[in-house]
Design a protein around this ligand. Structure first.
Ligand SMILES: O=C(O)CCC(=O)C(=O)O
Ligand SMILES: [Fe+2]
Length: 351
């Protein structure tokens, strides 16, 4: 599928608003309600490929559940309890440090500038350098936040002072949340609880990307972020609290994603589409600009380690559903070359 050029679109208020499905993670952990909520999760991920989660109660990760998994209930025993959930006030801080960074003078931000010869990390005001590339209307701060030994602190702002500490704390919560969801999707398909988590592997890569879309005088001409599907396993997105801009494509129709303060939008990425043999869909999405208001979002990308081989998990290939995807490795490294061309990298993984 080619998206290039013609596909930029303004924030067309005539587009329908997606009634973005909500999954309640607390219901997922309760013996009475988990079967029903898991079925909802399965249905949402196979249709929309994205859903929202309201912020988690303070002690979500402390509620160490519960029962063994054969009753379709998530077993949390292996999770280390941490003392806090993800409360709205903390989410505000996570967003505030990003906004403060983007508000700094260019000279200060450029201390953390990306060096494309090294990689994608750091601050940059466009995503890729392709010559024929129509640039996106975006400023980005892209940081590898895990595993520990892959972090390059020279790209991590020291201004505002609390930036590093807050992002580290946020990252730790995202790691847990992602493990939780990887287990949940195994159960949602009636498979072994750890099948996705095992395929995802250890020492997974965590990437945090702050996206700033400045006000754009001609939103009809410039796209904030061109249509793409994420190359991740899952993406955890914190949207701007006030300014809309994210849109999702389903059945050739674009839908606006509403602003939902304090909620995460969680996207299936291509690697979960591959692991689920296409049962779960990695949705195409884009961001449009606004003529008057800037918008900031924070995306956390959770990806298997580059050495990890990723293919359909046990139980998703059968006579009724033959194998549709090859085994891939270091999928992320091909991602941006496709992004630049405006084609879908997942095509290269199809059999
Ligand atoms: O800004 C957004 O809402 C979406 C960002 C996004 O899709 C991405 O960073 O991959
Ligand atoms: Fe995305």
């Amino acid at each position: 599928m080619i998206y290039k050029g013609s596909d930029a679109g303004s924030l067309d208020t005539c587009l329908p608003l997606i009634d973005i499905p909500t999954i309640d993670f607390v219901l997922l952990t309760s013996p009475e309600s988990s079967a029903q909520e898991l079925e909802k999760l399965r249905s949402v991920l196979s249709s929309w490929g994205c859903f929202q989660v309201s912020s988690l109660p303070l002690n979500f990760f402390d509620k160490i559940l519960i029962r063994t998994s054969n009753t379709h209930c998530l077993n949390f025993f292996e999770f280390q309890a941490i003392n806090h959930g993800i409360e709205p006030a903390f989410l505000d801080k996570v967003k505030a440090v990003g906004r403060q960074f983007f508000a700094l003078p260019a000279e200060e931000k450029n201390k953390y500038a990306r060096d494309i010869a090294i990689g994608f990390e750091g601050y940059a005001n466009h995503i890729i350098n392709g010559e024929e590339q129509a640039f996106d209307w975006i400023d980005r701060l892209y940081l590898i936040t895990g595993p520990e030994d892959r972090k390059q602190l020279k790209f991590w702002p020291e201004n505002p002072e609390s930036f590093r500490k807050i992002l580290e704390e946020y990252n730790a919560k995202m790691v847990k949340l992602n493990e939780f969801l990887l287990k949940a999707i195994g159960l949602a398909l009636n498979l072994e609880e750890n099948c996705f988590l095992d395929m995802y592997g250890e020492e997974a890569t965590m990437i945090a990307v702050y996206n700033l879309y400045p006000p754009c005088p001609r939103p009809d001409l410039a796209i904030g972020l061109k249509p793409h599907a994420d190359g991740t396993a899952f993406t955890y997105l914190l949207q701007d609290k006030e300014v809309e801009g994210l849109q999702v494509l389903k059945d050739n129709q674009w839908y606006r994603v509403p602003v939902i303060p304090e909620a995460f939008v969680i996207n299936v990425g291509d690697q979960i589409e591959i692991m689920s043999n296409g049962i779960f869909k990695s949705p195409i999405h884009r961001v449009v600009t606004d003529s008057e208001r800037g918008r900031m979002s924070l995306a956390v990308f959770c990806l298997p380690n580059p050495n990890q081989e990723v293919g359909p998990v046990n139980g998703v290939v059968n006579e009724a559903r033959p194998r549709l995807y090859k085994t891939v490795k270091d999928y992320t490294s091909i991602f941006y070359s496709y992004f630049e061309k405006g084609t879908r990298p997942i095509e290269s993984a199809k059999i």
